[in-house]
Design a protein around this ligand. Structure first.
Ligand code: PLP
Length: 462
């Protein structure tokens, strides 16, 4: 084992870390973060890092926001807990639901609150099943998701997720969840095919899948406007319009997973608006509270709400809900977050930075190690390849993106390695132009270091 600090040793002996190679971690140990302010986090040695991933795509307003701290403490003092079960209620949940209905990009009847993105997507699955039982079509239950999608890790949400490591040896996916092709033109586009032709092909494949499964059994389609953990995949411009036509033809409920893209990330309050997706229902989380406290939700459309009422009449209760559904402190923080978004024109300011972000990505795209630098809004991914011309990928076991993440860390930047050797970027929306320049400078140096290492290791030609 390397020489680990006292805290690091205690960590290794006590924690099971999510999304970590638990074997190699025993040697490498953790990066222990102690405090944070603005877009910077600081480790226990006092070293600063730009949080280039907004935590886990969530800390939109950055760190140390006193108004959010104040909103939480004031609500804790007034009413630290109250629940929404059995008709009980409290004003932060009511006000937050009103606000969300007001800003929703599609008709929303009610909001169901929960604690995480996974819970929101699990709820979506249950609501689809519940709805179709109520509507007298008990066979119409399958849900179409996409390869490389990320929808969370609870049993149903992990089944929706289309990443092998979320399924392997967990006995997932469960029955009734099917995956269609990922709209990644760089990797999945055929030779000579235009982006539009690629989108047409994917829509045709979706239709074939539905016909193969039997349309009477297919209930819903779920998609992130831009895929996050699957590698920051921006779909072709015509993808969603074409996909939606197929969903409409076979009466599929369309679910948008806006857990990452909600609240300004792509340049509008909801990412669906940017990519031409018009879903029936939306999962929200993360930036809703800027991650000061966990809160998530499902925006329930009128046709679904009517069913919940009818089923309650029949069964006697809507038998779903979490202890922390609409937790008053989290709801108060979310409300304040949305106030700040409106008052400080957070989305407009982020939009003003998007050309700089795009040109930073474009510059990285010229690096010998980068096959594709892609992104939308303030969300980006750079895919590292062994051969730029042929798009040849590295052997996954070489861990090239992981190496780049470690090099970035040494430079004072936190980014994340995703499957397919993609390094992702998702800075807090409140980042300044100057901080964005620093971020790209640090990442560019990390890429240089990684290139040198990859050549020394003979992972690519010199
Ligand atoms: C698009 C998307 N959906 C769902 C989730 C799951 O959210 P959670 O980790 O809060 O359960 C995530 C998490 O990153 C996500 O990116």
């Amino acid at each position: 084992m390397n020489v680990l600090s006292n805290l690091a040793v205690r960590d290794v002996e006590t924690l099971v870390h999510p999304y970590t190679n638990l074997a190699t971690f025993r040697d490498s140990g953790p990066l222990v973060i102690e405090r944070a302010r603005g877009v910077y986090v600081y480790d226990t040695e006092g070293k600063d890092y730009i949080e280039g991933m907004a935590g886990l795509w969530c800390t939109a307003l950055g760190y140390g926001n006193e108004e959010l701290v104040e909103a939480a403490t004031a609500q804790m003092r007034k009413l630290s807990f109250a629940h929404l079960f059995t008709g009980r209620s409290h004003d932060p949940a009511i006000e937050l639901a009103e606000k969300l209905k007001e800003i929703a990009p599609v008709p929303v009847s009610k909001v169901f609150f929960c604690g995480s993105g996974s819970e929101a997507n699990d709820t979506q699955v249950k609501l689809v099943w519940y709805m179709n039982n109520s509507l007298g079509r008990p066979k119409k239950k399958k849900i179409v998701s996409r390869q490389r999608a990320y929808h969370g890790v609870t049993v149903a949400a992990a089944s929706l997720t289309g990443l092998p490591s979320n399924h392997a040896d967990f006995d997932l996916p469960i029955a009734g969840i099917v995956h269609t092709e990922c709209p990644h033109y760089y990797r999945n586009g055929a030779e000579g095919e235009s982006e539009d032709e690629f989108a047409t092909r994917l829509a045709t494949q979706l239709e074939e899948l539905i016909l193969h499964e039997d349309p009477e059994t297919v209930a819903a389609f779920i998609a992130e406007p831009v895929m996050g953990a699957g590698g920051v995949v921006v779909p072709p411009a015509t993808y969603f319009p074409k996909i939606m036509k197929v969903c409409e033809k076979y009466d599929l409920l369309m679910i948008a997973d806006e857990v990452i893209t909600g609240f300004g990330r792509l340049g509008r309050m909801f990412g669906s608006e940017v990519v031409g997706y018009r879903p029936h229902t939306i999962s929200i989380a993360k930036a809703l509270s800027s991650a000061y406290l966990p809160i998530a939700g499902v925006m329930v459309p009128p046709q679904m709400y009517d069913v919940l009422v009818a089923e309650s009449q029949k069964i006697g209760v809507f038998g779903h809900g979490f202890t922390y559904s609409g937790h008053p402190v989290a709801a108060a923080v979310a409300l304040k977050t949305l106030d700040i978004f409106a008052r400080d024109r957070i989305v407009d300011k982020a939009v003003a930075l998007m050309p700089q972000f795009r040109s930073g990505l474009n510059r990285l795209g010229e690096h010998p190690l980068v096959g594709e630098a892609r992104g939308l809004g303030l969300m980006g991914g750079i895919e590292l390849v062994a051969d730029k011309r042929t798009k040849r990928a590295f052997d996954a076991k070489a861990g090239v993106a992981m190496h780049c993440v470690a090099a970035a860390q040494a430079e004072g930047l936190i980014v994340r390695a995703l499957a397919g050797d993609t390094v992702s970027l998702c800075p807090p929306l409140i980042i300044s132009a100057q901080e964005l320049d620093l971020l790209f400078g640090r990442l560019s140096r990390a890429l240089d270091r990684t290139l040198e290492w990859a050549r020394n290791e003979k992972l690519m030609a010199a």
